[in-house]
Design a protein around this ligand. Sequence first.
Ligand code: ATP
Ligand code: MG
Length: 430
Amino acid sequence: MTNNNTWLDQLTQNADVATVLLAGLPQTADMWYSVIANEPRLRVVARAVAREDLHAKLAANPQILLLDALLAQGPQDLADLLNGLQVPLIYVVFPAQIPDADFHAVQAAMRRDGVKFYRDTANLVDLVRTMVTDAQMLQRQNGASWSAELSGARQVLPVRLVGVWSLAGGVGKTTIASNLAFAAARRGIPTLLVGMGAPDDLPLILGLKPQPNITTWRANPSQESLKAALQKRDVVDVLAGFPDMLSAAQAISTPPDAANSLRNLADQAIRLGYAAIVFDLPPSMESVAALGVINLLLLVARPSVEGVMRTVEGYRTVVERLGLENLLHPQNLRVVLNRVRDRIDSKSFHDLANRYLKPNNPQAAFPPVSVSIPDRLEVGQAHDRGDWPYLACDPLARAMDTLATELFGGASQPPVGDNGTKRLRIKLPF
Ligand SMILES: Nc1ncnc2c1ncn2[C@@H]1O[C@H](COP(=O)(O)OP(=O)(O)OP(=O)(O)O)[C@@H](O)[C@H]1O
Ligand SMILES: [Mg+2]
């Protein structure tokens, strides 16, 4: 467990990470922490749970303060507090019980820049992104660089929104998404597996019903309806994907700020307490919205020359064409090689991909191959029987465990019971 000093030491070594002080009632601060912890460009340095605590914790000299308005004694107190703080970027969240009039009064009383106000219903994924963008702007203004590699040691249970994707069909996306979700859930991480196919084959493969599914939630996009739309296979909670192409086509045209957008789905899943949300993404347009929501992308690849080409194209689609490089940190892009035989190994795959990506650039930085999964008959046989390939194929299980440790942290644990609690178990590093 890291102590305060080590954290501060790390910070001074790493000028490219914006430091955050969380100030809020414990439950709120825990939730914020779980969302911020997966963002390599933000580092939570301290947490204050009471008004009196705040001033002491400000000694950590954070660049960002995320403040729960309930910590103040009222609108006047809050306005005075904010006007007096030196922290350059402040985000204040007002819980529902604070009346609109107070919400507006505090904003009207601001005598400084750099303070943004949110209602409790604000989208958490967006809020974190806004912080990163604002902090980047600030760093640029202050002349600091933002490009250096990150020290990146992962601390605790961050919320991971993982997309498993490839431009190619049949490469093992569903196999990897579902077995990774299984590996994560087995180690006690509250995990949600979301299908995005149209028609989605997850229910069939996992022996679940095609309904309820994502369209059930989209018709009534509330947290309650999300809970009702889930099905369970062993330890994994599953939201089945689209029943047909038409419903998927409607989803594609949903604006990102609509109540039934995927962004809102992710936000609600986080609020329900999921720490790992794994999207099984098809190689079609349905994936574009999801690619804008995830904070970690696994590119599934076949170990062949065509596999290299398709994977580099997938990478380009995300980084260059969809312009998501600001949302997805390079550290959060990985390659999973699947169905490996005696052809191309991880190193040759990576070398070929770099050459294909930038033929004249020896410094090209294609994402690393995280794990390689061999081609094994047991995988398909387990699927056909309706079993988890994880339980039938050791090399696949080992690869999924390695990936789960890399992405979610923690050692392998015995599975949680059927009613495994969905509360986040967060170990705060202070
Ligand atoms: N490592 C493996 N060894 C052997 N068979 C595998 C392996 N991984 C996946 N398969 C088999 O390959 C087939 C395709 O896998 P899967 O459905 O996961 O691919 P996909 O990328 O999701 O396909 P789609 O593009 O249709 O969604 C399945 O029959 C599965 O059992
Ligand atoms: Mg699939």
